[in-house]
Ligand binder design. Sequence first.
Ligand SMILES: C[S@@+](CC[C@H](N)C(=O)[O-])C[C@H]1O[C@@H](n2cnc3c(N)ncnc32)[C@H](O)[C@@H]1O
Length: 226
Amino acid sequence: MIYNLDCINGAKQYLEDNSVDLIITDPPYNLGFGGTSFTKSKKPRFSIIANDKLSAREYQRFTFQWLKEAYRVLKPGRHIYIFIDWRMYPLMALWAEKVGFTIKNTIVWDKAYMGMGWQYRFQHEFILFAVKGKQKVRRISTRKATDIIRVPRISGNKTVHPTEKPIKLMEHLIGNSSNEGEVVADFFCGSGPVAVAALSTGRRIKGFEIDPEYYKIVNDRIQSYQ
Ligand SMILES: C[S@@+](CC[C@H](N)C(=O)[O-])C[C@H]1O[C@@H](n2cnc3c(N)ncnc32)[C@H](O)[C@@H]1O
């Protein structure tokens, strides 16, 4: 079930306390990002994603609000994965701990191919890995998993969203932190890789996407998957 709503209001309306088994989410990083540009025209492929160009104060308020909702709805001891890049990592880690999450590790997603930039071109992103509360915590499913995950990124000209992540990466995280039949939530669905991965691994999905265009893409992907 995906809702075309702001995740803060949507969670308040549709998600009960301690009702979600796993959260995987990729929020706006507040970088004013609209994706890569076309090679010839140099024009950006997409418009800037919602809530990605806020003042520092607005971004802090927005992030605190959704983190508080994420904390409320997650079951105690269960996992949350938050995508973030190096610029926003320190603040996201600080704010996540302030709302009550205990950070267990930071995963490096190795995208296998280099991306933009000209001084050490970007090839990774961070995934903050935390649990709700401090009490007995669920182990991830395999002790062989390491904190570097190599999954090729989707090449810029094949993406339908400016910050699209691969389904395979989400399937890996879902497999490590949940069981079949459980509920996975994504507060910022985008093009829907978490939603598709949840379904492909036999989980249930609850998600929010504020942009009607991306909401349609997620729904279409879910329908064609089903
Ligand atoms: C970083 S992108 C997620 C991309 C996604 N992981 C993918 O692979 O396609 C963040 C998404 O959150 C959406 N968004 C921004 N503010 C939102 C809000 N308050 N509630 C729900 N969705 C929001 C944006 O429209 C954008 O699609």
